[in-house]
Write a protein that binds this ligand. Structure first.
Ligand code: PFF
Length: 454
C-alpha cells in the first residue's frame, strides 16, 4: 500500500456531522416515510427505533472501529488486520464494488430531485392541477435526455466536493449543510402539521397499531435502518478511518444514530400530515415524494400559491442536500481505494468514479424509458441494482463485518481501540461486544433469510 498521509476529521462535531451527512439521505426523506405508510404508521416507527438501537448501532460501532483501527480504505481494512487471509481480502473487494454500484443509481434519484427543484422554483406544481402534477413523474423519468442530464449534473457536483479532500471538501460541506437541513425539515414539519386536516396524519404516526405488523415488517425495519445508517457499504469503515484516535467512537456513533433517527421521524412529520391533509393514500410507495408530495403542493397552491411555492422549493433543496452528503460518502469509498491502493491523485480518482458511476447511472436512468424492454431476471436495471444491493450485497457485507469484528479481531484489541483514550468505555464494552458478537450476526442472518422466504 502506498504511504499516503491520512487526513483526520477536525473535531467531535465534525465527526458526527460528517457521518450523519452520510446517514441522512434519500433513505430518510424518500424511503422511510413510504415504508411507514406501507407498514402501519407508528407501529413501524417503534420497531425501527428498536432495530436501530439494538442492532444497527452496534454494527455502526463495528464498522467505524474497523476503519479507525486499520487506518485504511474499506478495501484494505480487513486484509490489514488479518494479514495472510485471502478470504478477507476478497471481502474488501465487495466493500468497494457495492458502494460504487449504489452510487450509480442513487445519483439518478438525486437527479430527479434536482429536476423537481427546478419545477418547484418555476411554480410548475402550483400552476397545474393536482392530477397532472402527479402524472408528471412518469413522463419525466421515462424521457431519454433530461433525467440523464440531471443525474450527471448531480453526480458531478458531488464528485467535485469529494475531489477537494476529506477536510476541506467533505467535512466542510457537511458541517455547513447538516445543521441547515435540520432547520429546514423542522420548518416543513411545522407547516405540514399546521395544514387543515393534518391531525389524522399526526395520529397515524403517534398511535401505533401493532396489529399491522408482520414478520416481514421486522425485516423491513431492520433493512431500512441499515440502509439509513449507511451500513454494509464500506462508507462507515472509510469515514471511521478518518477519525482520530482520541475521539470517543461510542459517543460519536451514538450521536450519529440518534441524529439519523431524529431526522427520519421529523421527515415522517413533514410528509404524513400533508399527505393526509390532501386526502391521499399514505401507502403510495416509492412515488410518495415525487408524486404525492407535488400533488399536495398543487392542492395547497390553489389557495396559497406563494407559500406553497416557497415550501416546495425548501422541500426539494432539503432532499438535494441530504442526498448529496450521502452520495459523497459512497463516492469516497472508491476514491480512497484508488488513492491509497493505486496511488491515483484524488481529483483524478474522482474523475474515474464520475465516469464509472455516470455510465452505469445513465443505463439505470434509461431503464425507465428507451431501455425499458431490457430486463434481467424480469427486472429493469434500476430495480435490479436496488434489489441486489439492498437485499443481498448490503446484508452480506454487514454480516462479514460483524463476523470479522466480533470473531476475527481479538476481543482485547477491540476493547483497546474503543477505550484507549476513554477508559470509561471499558465498562460498557461487555454489552457492546455481546451485541456485535451475537445479536448482530443472528439478526442479519435472519434478515437475509426473511428476504428470501417471506
Ligand atoms: N444512508 C443513506 C440514506 O439514508 O439515504 C444511503 C446510503 C449512503 C447508504 C451511503 C449507504 C452508504 F454507504
Amino acid at each position: 500500500m502506498s504511504a499516503v498521509k491520512r487526513e483526520t476529521f477536525g473535531s467531535r462535531s465534525a465527526v458526527i456531522l460528517t457521518m450523519a451527512g452520510s446517514a441522512i439521505g434519500l433513505g430518510n426523506i424518500w424511503r422511510f416515510p413510504y415504508m411507514v405508510g406501507e407498514h402501519g404508521g407508528g407501529a413501524f416507527i417503534v420497531l425501527y427505533i428498536i432495530a436501530t438501537l439494538l442492532i444497527s448501532l452496534p454494527v455502526f460501532v463495528a464498522e467505524a472501529t474497523l476503519g479507525r483501527r486499520s487506518r485504511t480504505s474499506a478495501y484494505g481494512a480487513m486484509a490489514r488486520l488479518a494479514p495472510g487471509k485471502p478470504f478477507w481480502k476478497s471481502a474488501g473487494i465487495l466493500a468497494v464494488i457495492i458502494p460504487t454500484v449504489i452510487a450509480s443509481y442513487y445519483s439518478v434519484i438525486g437527479g430527479w430531485s434536482l429536476e423537481y427543484l427546478f419545477q418547484s422554483a418555476t411554480a410548475a406544481f402550483v400552476r397545474n392541477d393536482p392530477e397532472r402534477v402527479s402524472a408528471l413523474f412518469g413522463s419525466f423519468i421515462s424521457s431519454p435526455f433530461r433525467p440523464v442530464a440531471m443525474h450527471l449534473l448531480f453526480l458531478a457536483a458531488c464528485a467535485y466536493i469529494v475531489g477537494r479532500g476529506v477536510k476541506s471538501g467533505i467535512e466542510r460541506f457537511s458541517k455547513i449543510t447538516i445543521p441547515i437541513l435540520f432547520v429546514l425539515i423542522v420548518a416543513i414539519a411545522v407547516y405540514s402539521i399546521s395544514l387543515p386536516g393534518a391531525r389524522a396524519g399526526v395520529a397515524y404516526l403517534v398511535r401505533p397499531d401493532f396489529s399491522q405488523l408482520t414478520a416481514r415488517s421486522f425485516a423491513f425495519a431492520m433493512g431500512q435502518s441499515f440502509y439509513s445508517l449507511s451500513l454494509g457499504m464500506g462508507a462507515i469503515i472509510t469515514y471511521g478511518s478518518y477519525v482520530s484516535r482520541e475521539e470517543n467512537l461510542l459517543v460519536s456513533s451514538a450521536g450519529t444514530a440518534v441524529s439519523d433517527l431524529l431526522f427520519a421521524i421529523l421527515a415522517g412529520f413533514a410528509i404524513m400530515p400533508a399527505v393526509f391533509a390532501a386526502g391521499i393514500e399514505p401507502g403510495a410507495g416509492p412515488g410518495l415524494v415525487f408524486q404525492s408530495i407535488p400533488y399536495v403542493f398543487s392542492v395547497m397552491g390553489e389557495h396559497l400559491p406563494v407559500i406553497s411555492t416557497i415550501v416546495s422549493v425548501v422541500f426539494f433543496v432539503a432532499i438535494i442536500v441530504a442526498a448529496m452528503t450521502s452520495l459523497i460518502s459512497l463516492l469516497e469509498v472508491g476514491v480512497s481505494y484508488l488513492v491509497e491502493r493505486h496511488g491515483v491523485r484524488r481529483p483524478r480518482a474522482c474523475m474515474l468514479l464520475f465516469l464509472v458511476c455516470g455510465g452505469v447511472g445513465v443505463l439505470c436512468s434509461l431503464s425507465f424509458g428507451p431501455l425499458a424492454g431490457m430486463k434481467i431476471a424480469g427486472l429493469s436495471l434500476f430495480d435490479l441494482l436496488d434489489w441486489l444491493s439492498s437485499n443481498i450485497l448490503l446484508p452480506v457485507l454487514a454480516f462479514l463485518v460483524v463476523i470479522f469484528v466480533g470473531r476475527v479481531l481479538k476481543r482485547e484489541d477491540l476493547c483497546e481501540e474503543l477505550s484507549y483514550a476513554h477508559p470509561g468505555n471499558a465498562r460498557l464494552f461487555g454489552v457492546v461486544y455481546f451485541l456485535i458478537k451475537w445479536v448482530a450476526p443472528i439478526a442479519v442472518a435472519l434478515l437475509f433469510v426473511t428476504n428470501f422466504i417471506l
